[in-house]
Design a protein around this ligand. Structure first.
Ligand SMILES: NC(=O)c1ccc[n+]([C@@H]2O[C@H](COP(=O)([O-])OP(=O)(O)OC[C@H]3O[C@@H](n4cnc5c(N)ncnc54)[C@H](O)[C@@H]3O)[C@@H](O)[C@H]2O)c1
Length: 260
């Protein structure tokens, strides 16, 4: 049994986490560090949120191919290899009042392009460069952060009192991330690179609109949003050898929302 638990260990592993400075990114970094991983966060902002020895952060705009290319070279020079990539960064929509510009027939092309650029193009570019070290070492793990909206459509009624909508870009990006997951998993299985995604439901946060939270909870069989840190073990599992026979899957963590 002890031997089995060892399979969760990320000792001597190096992980790159995009958007590691954000709300969920920080939790991902902490989850990996807890299991002994050396973690590198790439973000467009740097804040000293985690002062751990095994944590470094670099400024990198993942939508710029040259920046991703350069940072890959820099990381390989310093850390020698990349074992794990977590594609997490996004331009994320939080429900706002009277945000009619989120309505489909008013949705701005620039906003569409900007969001796709981070959520999809950024994940493509990071996978393209950081997978090189995994191919070389014939081992690696990519974990893509999707959302419960990768498998269901948003229920716009939960935003109606805010006179807002969940934007179309979010659905398209999250469905696309699942496509990228399957594509990479099938293409690189022969290089022993496993690629999965997780589809988490919303995490409870203090500043969320009360009416929105109430409506959302009503759609979830467990009748609550996810608690802070509730995804830690799943991330550790999917980024470790404990999940060695799982690839190309989209693991849904949504309190049951998608089953009804
Ligand atoms: N928070 C939730 O409840 C929740 C639920 C389901 C899925 N998710 C997913 O988790 C991921 C993170 O969400 P979050 O809530 O932490 O959002 P967030 O806005 O707090 O974090 C996103 C991070 O990405 C960074 N980023 C943006 N553009 C970038 C770029 N061009 N290059 C590098 N970094 C960039 C931001 O600076 C930020 O630190 C997203 O993919 C989101 O869809 C979040």
């Amino acid at each position: 049994m002890k031997k089995k638990l060892k399979r969760f260990s990320l000792k001597n592993k190096t992980a790159v986490v995009t958007g590691g400075n954000g709300f969920f990114g920080k939790q991902i970094c902490e989850s990996l560090i807890l299991n002994g991983c050396n973690v590198i966060s790439l973000d467009i902002k740097i804040e000293n949120k985690l002062s751990k020895k095994s944590y470094s952060q670099y400024l990198c705009d993942i939508t710029k191919e040259k920046e991703v290319y350069e940072i890959n070279k820099k990381i390989i020079k310093k850390f020698k290899k990349i074992d794990i990539l977590v594609n997490n960064a996004a331009l994320d929509f939080k429900p706002r009042k009277n945000s009619k510009s989120e309505f489909f027939d008013k949705f701005d092309l620039k906003k569409w392009n900007d969001e796709i650029l981070v959520g999809l193009t950024g994940s493509f570019l990071c996978s393209k460069y950081f997978i090189k070290s995994m191919i070389k070492n014939k081992k690696g793990i990519i974990l893509n952060i999707a959302s419960d909206l990768s498998i269901i459509a948003p229920d716009q009624r939960i935003y109606s009192h805010l006179k807002s909508h969940k934007p179309v870009s979010y659905s398209v990006i999250k469905h696309g991330i699942v496509g990228l997951t399957k594509y990479l998993a099938a293409t690189y299985a022969n290089k022993n690179i496993r690629v999965n995604s997780i589809s988490p439901g919303g995490i409870e946060q203090k500043n969320l609109n009360k009416e929105f939270k109430k409506k959302l909870k009503n759609l979830i069989p467990l009748n609550r949003m996810a608690k802070n840190g509730e995804y830690v073990e799943t991330i550790q599992f999917l980024c470790s050898d404990a999940s060695s026979y799982i690839t190309g899957q989209n693991i849904v963590l949504d309190g049951g929302r998608s089953i009804i």
